[in-house]
Design a protein around this ligand. Sequence first.
Ligand SMILES: [Fe+2]
Ligand SMILES: [Fe+2]
Length: 192
Amino acid sequence: MTETQPDVVDVLTADHREFDRIFTELEGLRGRTGEGVLTRKKELVDEVTIGLVKHSVAEETRVYPLVAQKLDKEEAEHSKEEHAEAEETMKRLERMDAGDPGFDDAVAELIREIRHHAAEEESRMFTELRANFSREELVKMAEQVEAVKKIAPTRAHPMTPNEAGVRLAVGPVASLLDHLRDAVSGRGKSTD
Ligand SMILES: [Fe+2]
Ligand SMILES: [Fe+2]
């Protein structure tokens, strides 16, 4: 462990900033419809969805269990519930084309949910993590979070649900979540 190595708060906060960058671009495209704009909106939603799924599964399997154990069980539960709500919105979004009525509103809902959740984590949980775990523990958690994020695909391609006009019964968000959670719990660290 070196002094410059990021701890888990650095890593998770950097993810939050990246989500925010994508959200800001999406907000700039709200209400616009040209073909290029619609393609870009869908691309951005796919990208942020993959990022959010990886981030959430990493938190739920490598961070929240320690929060529950050492700090506050209810806080960990509450955070998981907020993830579940955002996942529902992402599942709704993956069934839509960017030109569908309701797409921009669903994007706005996802942005609202995630901004609220990230602000809560940063103001409370992350402060508590740094106050209650050693630097060594926090750096180790960062490594574990990065390892979970590497299990999932990094490109938006697998998220595109409407290729050849086929709408899948179980969309990519659900299957990506299942895949990741299985992969992580298969390593003997199941959360529940
Ligand atoms: Fe979270
Ligand atoms: Fe987070």
